[in-house]
Design a binder for this molecule. Structure first.
Ligand code: G3P
Length: 216
């Protein structure tokens, strides 16, 4: 499963990229606003920090304006992935852009039928929002299961990009189901390495090693 980080904070992205475990970045208008940075400037900086796809989202609602915004965004770098909303105008834009060889992430997916439409529109990635699905009384992981089944039934190449990931159990279940990618905030990704028994074991090994008086 590929790991994307869901943030526009360049310090966090650089730190995770240095581990060699990061495959891409996702941003959205809320994350750009939170960063307080200029959209184009910060996106360019992020594209230089990772080799993989960097999702940058359009903010218009009609196809023509989305295409105009996508034109500006795709000039930023070769690894920009244009993010469009799951609306008919977004799908029309997705079809046009992917037909032209541009990566597209169709976002705000909350149903398997929406995911089917995104795949038919040739999306590179589709982003089901697991956490927000859970928040509203549905099971976000059921949506990932349905999508896996449907995409495999028809051999769609669209990658399932599990988004709105809130904790390690989401990550684990997405990996079990076979989501292609997951995107999570930096804290969730960093939290995956933690285990109390790892810390305790390490403490014990180091204490015993100190007793030997040796050095490597
Ligand atoms: O990538 C989509 C994601 O940012 C949404 O996450 O936590 O705002 O629901 P959240």
């Amino acid at each position: 499963m590929k790991f994307f980080v869901d943030t526009a904070e360049t310090k966090d992205i650089a730190e995770l990229a240095a581990t060699g475990l990061l495959d891409g970045v996702t941003t959205n208008p809320s994350l750009i606003a939170k960063s307080g940075r200029d959209f184009i400037e910060v996106t360019k900086e992020i594209c230089g920090l990772v080799d993989g796809p960097v999702s940058a989202e359009v903010v218009s609602l009609d196809h023509e304006s989305m295409m105009r915004e996508a034109e500006v965004l795709r000039k930023i770098a070769d690894n920009v992935c244009i993010k469009v909303p799951l609306t008919f105008d977004g799908l029309k834009t997705c079809k046009a852009l992917t037909g032209d060889g541009t990566m597209v992430n169709v976002t705000l997916c909350f149903s398997a039928n929406q995911a089917l439409l995104a795949a038919k529109a040739g999306a590179t990635f589709v982003s089901p929002f697991i956490g927000r699905h859970d928040d509203n009384g549905f099971d976000g992981l059921d949506l990932i299961r349905d999508m896996r089944l449907i995409y495999d039934n028809y051999d769609f190449q669209t990658e399932i990009l599990a988004a709105s990931i809130r904790h390690g159990v989401h990550v684990l279940e997405c990996a079990r189901i076979g989501a292609d990618v997951m995107t999570a905030p930096p804290a969730v990704i960093k939290g995956l390495v933690k285990h109390v028994l790892t810390d305790k074991g390490l403490e014990g090994f180091l204490a015993d090693w100190a007793k030997t008086g040796q050095k490597i």
